[in-house]
Ligand binder design. Structure first.
Ligand code: 28F
Length: 639
């Protein structure tokens, strides 16, 4: 080893320091933002380097640990970083990896090459944005260490001992002066690491959280790769699968270009297609997705024709063949071009024809060999096609009758006099008797009442044609006046607040959830823009003589009982809204001066999808927990 501490503090190194200074000045340019997303990005950058080493076939285990002091470490069992003095920079290669920005790399604006050729990209960015970073490099039978502070060398690279171990260990402390928040979120990181474990079959990722007394550890290891991914996606949604075995397609165009596809249909009406390019989630899709979709439509239409399932000019649309599909498409290529608003759209046009012809050929072969699977998928697509046709007819019919437009208001609606939506409120009330109380209780100037008839349709388990024919949903659509789905027009909304008023029991909670599901699927903008509310009727009335209190929890009830003291206290539990007289209902639940309303909000549409599946799925326990906590939809307290 030459004496590296004193040599070559020259032009190169000044450039290095300037480079890292640029990262610290404008961190958003390099990691997207300095929010919690940017913070998590640091972990991904380091883990990605280990995954590159795994893709090179040199590593199969990665351990990620969140430490008590707030730092994060990543260890792999790869080859470690070569330790020679870098010919151009004149310093040891590990120091190059942690201090030199890789021009033309991820952040050069050019997209970046296939994994495997990019070792160390991003490590310097993490280093620049860390209070400190420490590494142990076990390479070629020897262990080396070094550390940095805010990107600058603190303990220079040095050899410490001989070792049988190999691989790189990096531990870093995110800089609190850079990030808005420096507490890692375990679940967010877990999901991303799991995704990487799915996309790279066979890699074992161990994820530890040692920050709290109760230590947590997850091992993510899927020999099945994206097949396991699809099984996982279908499992968390609790849906019965249509084709028992996941269809798996894999192909190689040349040394650098591969594609993998996994498909399994389920019994829902949703479409879940996740696409990746070089292990990056292409949220905006791109050429691989287009190739996949066009092959799927073509193959299934050809089969339907061949089996005489389509009449004349009839065709299955893309939506028909994708109803209930769960698929993962993963391509690896050289010089991937990322486009779009968030740089998550694959632009390489040759990938389109590659994926298209691969899927066309392999899916054809598969369906040929599995006629029963072929039938069940085609039957599902045909059912989707018929339902879409029925929905179109139902919509045309209701439109012609003017039933869905504002002009035709539902018979059961007690409307208000005001028209300005900054004051108007619509109460959706469960049951006729409660509806009557609410009608008497309301201020008819600005409060409208719509009693709900019959059971609200579970839209998660039915298609659009059923919605257009549902006696409990039609009046809601009519009263709101703004249409649903692709006809939705928020400027036609007739009430600023849409308030769901249901009993404070399990049935009431169920109705709440059914209505929320309906709004989420068909009028998501109403939730986004904060128009949907939950009324909060009291659970108890506690009275003694002329004094009366309303309690919204058991604890509150007990407090009032204590407050009133002595004998002669009545603490009645309201069983339903209908039990309250209009004056009580007004005072506790409807008077804007005294009521509590919970505004329904959706933090994250992705998460929401999962929550709705959870809520509407078969499993009762998690649903009950959720309803009791009421945590995610309901955030703002509006009194
Ligand atoms: C905890 C994060 O970053 N692991 C890494 C390697 C392996 C090689 C490498 C890395 C050599 C010349 C750049 C070894 N042997 N984990 C990691 N494992 N970098 S980073 O090489 C870096 C290149 O310039 C490696 C042979 N080839 C590559």
């Amino acid at each position: 080893m030459s004496d590296i501490n004193t040599q070559h503090y020259d032009e190169n190194q000044i450039q290095v320091l300037e480079g890292l200074e640029a990262v610290r000045k404008r961190p958003g340019m390099y990691i997207g933002s300095t929010s919690i997303r940017g913070l998590h990005h640091l972990v991904y950058e380091i883990v990605d380097n280990s995954i590159d080493e795994a893709l090179a076939g040199a590593c199969d285990e990665i351990t990620v640990t969140l430490h008590k002091d707030g730092s994060c470490s990543v260890q792999d069992n790869g080859r470690g970083i070569p330790t020679a003095i870098h010919h151009k920079m004149g310093i040891p290669t590990p120091e190059v990896i942690f201090t030199v920005l890789h021009a033309g790399g991820k952040f050069g604006g050019e997209g970046y090459a296939i994994s495997g050729g990019l070792h160390g990209v991003g490590a310097s960015v993490v280093n620049a944005l860390s209070e400190w970073l420490y590494y142990e490099d076990c390479y070629n039978g020897e262990k080396f260490t070094g550390s940095f502070e805010r990107g600058k060398v603190k303990d220079p690279f040095k050899k410490v001992e001989k070792t049988d171990a190999h691989g790189l260990y990096v531990r870093f402390m995110p800089d609190k002066t850079v990030f808005d928040e420096t507490e890692f979120d375990y679940t967010t990181l877990l999901n991303r690491l799991r995704e990487q474990a799915f996309l790279n079959a066979g890699i074992k990722i161990i994820f530890n959280d040692e920050r709290y007394d109760e230590k947590v550890s997850n091992t993510l290891h899927y020999e099945g790769g994206i097949v396991s991914f699809v099984e996982h996606l279908n499992a968390i949604k609790h849906c019965e699968v249509i084709n028992q075995n996941v269809i798996y397609i894999k192909g190689k165009r040349d040394e650098y270009t591969t594609a993998e596809v996994a498909i399994q249909y389920n019994d829902t009406y949703n479409e879940t297609i996740m696409t990746f390019a070089n292990n990056i989630h292409t949220v905006e899709g791109g050429m691989h997705e287009i190739g996949f979709k066009s092959a799927l439509s073509k193959v299934l239409n050809d089969y339907a024709k061949k089996l005489n399932l389509l009449k004349g000019e009839e065709k299955l649309t893309g939506d028909d063949v994708r109803e209930g599909i769960c698929a993962v498409v993963s391509v690896k290529l050289k010089e991937a071009q990322f486009e779009g608003q968030t740089k998550t759209k694959l632009g390489n046009s040759d990938i389109r024809s590659f994926v298209d012809s691969l899927v066309t050929q392999k899916l054809n072969e598969f369906l040929e060999e599995n006629p029963a699977v072929c039938r069940s998928i085609l039957e599902k697509s045909l059912a989707a096609s018929r339902a879409r046709e029925a929905a179109r007819r139902a919509r045309d019919l209701t439109r012609r009758k003017g039933a869905l437009e504002g002009s035709g208001l539902p018979g059961k609606l007690w409307d208000c006099q005001e028209k300005r939506i900054d004051v108007t409120e619509l109460y959706l009330v469960e049951g006729n008797s409660a509806g009557g109380s609410a009608k008497d209780a309301r201020k008819s100037r600005f409060q409208a009442i719509l009693p709900l008839r019959g059971k609200v349709l579970n839209v998660e388990k039915s298609r659009l044609d059923k919605v257009y024919a549902n006696p409990s949903l039609i009046p809601i659509i009519q009263a709101l006046g703004c249409g649903i789905g692709s006809d939705f027009d928020i400027t036609k909304l007739r009430y600023g607040k849409v308030i769901i008023m249901a009993d404070a029991d399990v049935d009431g909670a169920h109705i709440q959830i059914l209505l929320l599901t309906f709004f989420y699927r068909y009028m998501p903008k109403l939730i986004d823009e904060g128009h949907i509310y939950l009324a909060q009727p009291p659970l108890y009335k506690v009275s003694k003589g002329k004094q009366t209190y309303y309690a919204f929890s058991d604890e509150e009830r007990d407090n009032y009982i204590e407050l009133l003291g002595g004998k002669g206290i009545e603490a009645e539990r309201y069983k339903g809204l209908g039990e309250m007289d209009p004056a009580q209902l007004w005072e506790t639940t409807m008077n804007p001066e005294t009521r509590t309303l919970l505004r329904v909000s959706i933090e994250d549409a992705m998460q929401c999808d999962e929550i709705f599946s959870l809520l509407m799925g078969e499993k009762v326990e998690p649903r009950r927990d959720f309803i009791q906590k009421n945590a995610v939809f309901v955030t703002n307290l509006d009194i």
